[in-house]
Design a protein around this ligand. Structure first.
Ligand code: FES
Ligand SMILES: [Fe+2]
Length: 383
């Protein structure tokens, strides 16, 4: 069943095919190259974008049962994500309150408590300090105030979101995701299984990696032997759901819909949808599966890319395994094509050839994303 938004997107694409037009922003954007290279700006970005906004850290399939946990380090804040005995998702700084050691050292596990490897202080999955070894040396400490530092964490649309800093004000995650809720809700991501998960550390600033997913102008050049043939060339529709963006990339076969009655149109089989969820999250919806990816800066000129491939049900047969593996191999190749170009851009900064990058009128999500980032850095956008 298409939403009104999806029906509009289909109509717009068919109209573009007829007229030869494509989605255009009112103006070109001249983006200063310092936005990509200035280390002070990067510090402000980390402090704001990667501390004050919710980041996707995983999928619910990683924590199906109470007592399970995993660790997450991509944001630079060591995070421990748990499902407590009541079944709620919780997140904490993975930092011991005694003398700061990393409490949970495994990538994931199942246990009622986690015990610090340094001196053995023990915490439960609600972050409460449960045990202090040889407590006579700690007479008078207030155990209640020495729980792990809690971070705002949410389970929405099958995804686990964490704000990587403590917050005095509650985070209204539903209001934050509201502009994308109809679409994300329709995907049943909570019912999906993880087929593959991978993390790449790449030698490119996070903004370069981000922008690779924010336009499709590059498909038929950067991906000429891979993604190009499946999609209409540069005919995306962008829906500005500020500060998020729905970026709908039509498959070539959509042109057949113009010969069929509107009542038979179906959005999903005719699009790849690259949903940008501010500041660094993407939910990339394919015709029959989904990639969830995040891009986070690690230091100037470097970033970490994490991707989870979700499939609608576990691959139970060899045939299914082969089918999804083939999809996985294609996407790895396509993403690598983007990242190779991105690392070349990063290297080119040293030459100083450009003072500005010229962002075209149809490179819409790059323009919208840049404006939202500016808004957040200048205090006009908050969760
Ligand atoms: S630092 Fe964790 S118990 Fe000492
Ligand atoms: Fe690409």
């Amino acid at each position: 069943m298409n939403s009104a938004e999806e029906l509009d997107i289909i109509k717009t694409v068919l109209e573009y095919c007829d007229s030869g037009r494509t989605h255009m922003e009112p103006e070109l954007m001249m983006n200063p190259v310092s936005n990509y290279t200035d280390p002070d700006l990067l510090e402000r970005e980390v402090e704001t974008l990667f501390r004050k906004f919710p980041i996707i850290v995983g999928h619910v399939a990683q924590l199906p049962e109470p007592g399970q946990y995993f660790t997450h380090d991509d944001t630079g804040v060591p995070i421990l994500v748990t499902r407590n005995r009541d079944g709620e998702i919780k997140a904490f700084m993975n930092v011991c309150r005694h003398r700061g050691a990393r409490v949970a050292t495994a990538d994931c596990g199942k246990s009622n408590t986690v015990s610090c490897p340094y001196h053995g202080w023990t915490y439960d999955l609600d972050g409460k300090l449960r045990g202090v070894r040889q407590p006579s040396g700690f007479d008078g400490i207030d155990k209640a105030s020495l729980g792990l530092v809690e971070l705002p964490a949410f389970e929405r649309f099958g995804l686990i979101w964490v704000r990587p800093s403590v917050s005095d004000t509650p985070v209204d995650i539903d209001a934050w995701l509201a502009p994308m809720a109809e679409q994300l809700g329709s995907l049943n991501l909570e019912g999906h299984s993880i087929f593959r998960e991978w993390t790449l550390h790449r030698d490119m600033g996070w903004r370069i990696a981000l922008e690779g997913f924010q336009e499709c102008y590059h498909f038929c050049t950067a991906h000429k032997n891979t993604a190009c043939s499946s999609y209409l060339d540069n005919q995306s529709v962008f829906i500005n759901q500020y500060p998020h963006v729905r970026h709908a990339v039509p498959l070539t076969k959509i042109t057949e819909l113009s010969k069929q009655p509107e009542s038979t149109w179906d959005y999903r089989p005719n699009f790849m949808t690259q949903n940008y969820l501010f500041p660094c999250n993407f939910v990339q919806v394919m015709t029959d599966h989904v990639y969830v990816h995040t891009i986070v800066p690690t230091e100037p000129g470097k970033c970490v890319f994490k991707c989870i491939m979700l499939i609608p049900e576990p691959a139970r047969t060899e045939k299914a395994e082969r089918y999804w593996e083939a999809n996985y191999n294609v996407v790895r190749t396509v993403f690598d094509e983007d990242f190779e170009i991105g690392e070349g851009i990063q290297k080119g900064f040293a030459a100083g050839a450009n003072e500005h990058f010229v962002i075209g009128r149809f490179e819409t999500s790059v323009q919208l994303g840049q404006k939202a980032i500016d808004d957040a850095l200048e205090g006009r956008l908050a969760v």
